[in-house]
Design a protein around this ligand. Structure first.
Ligand SMILES: [Zn+2]
Length: 233
């Protein structure tokens, strides 16, 4: 017997056709941007399960973290690169939400990342967010939040664009100077909380470290990290 849901989905597929962002197949349910085959083909790290995984090692001696993981490997010329491009430069927010939900399920099924109180997206420079229309880390947080039912704190930390004193410095030096600068707006909101700082990709970890240390400067904050991908340096 054909169920009502299937009839409804077939109808919607005819009226509003939508295909997998990975392979172009139309075999996907109406809320998805990626089909099951494409999701299954993405290279998972399983870092959520492992203490001392390569992402955690990246931060050893640099910043005290509770748990850290990246969910997928990022390699050039791969499906993951194609998806990241869609998500970051083509305005495909729904794809980011689905990837965020995948991160959420991985965290939920690990027996680590326990007692997290809130999600914090790594802030983007305001001009970049304006250009993109959203902060990709916030979109991932929203997907994770759907699974873990945790609040997303968007206004506790920002990334200031530039300061007066930097105008005399060279461009590269000026960029370096602002790249690692974050500013807490509402420290009391995060006092005594275990935060999960979220970003799309971790490479050297420098940006996450700068932001994470700012969050850790607040009284009794515990910090864990989750990124969608890990890229080799
Ligand atoms: Zn597909």
């Amino acid at each position: 017997m054909i169920r009502f849901k299937e009839i409804k989905e077939s109808f919607l597929q005819v009226v509003f056709p939508h295909v997998c962002d990975g392979c172009g197949s139309d075999l996907l349910n109406i809320e998805s941007r990626l089909c099951i085959r494409c999701v299954a083909s993405l290279p998972e790290t399983n870092f959520e399960q492992h203490v001392g995984n390569p992402v955690e090692k990246t931060f050893w001696g640099r910043m005290p973290i509770t748990d850290a993981a990246a969910h997928f490997y990022f390699t050039k010329e791969s499906l993951m690169q194609h998806l990241m491009h869609q998500f970051k430069y083509k305005g495909n927010e729904d794809l980011g939400l689905q990837l965020g939900r995948i991160m959420g399920y991985a965290i939920k099924s690990s027996n680590r990342f326990t007692n997290i109180d809130a999600l914090v997206p790594l802030p983007l420079f305001p001009f970049k967010e304006k250009k993109r229309g959203y902060n990709q880390a916030t979109v991932l947080c929203n997907g994770i939040s759907e699974v873990l039912c945790l609040p997303v704190l968007n206004n506790v930390i920002i990334r200031p664009q530039h300061t007066e004193t930097q105008t005399k410095k060279g461009r590269i030096e000026r960029w370096r100077n602002i790249e690692g600068k974050f500013q807490l707006l509402n420290p009391t909101v995060i006092q005594n909380k275990h935060l999960l700082l979220v970003d799309d990709v971790v490479t050297t970890g420098a940006t996450l470290e700068a932001c994470g240390n700012e969050l850790l400067s607040v009284e009794n904050v515990k910090l864990s990290l989750a990124t969608l991908c890990v890229a080799s340096r």
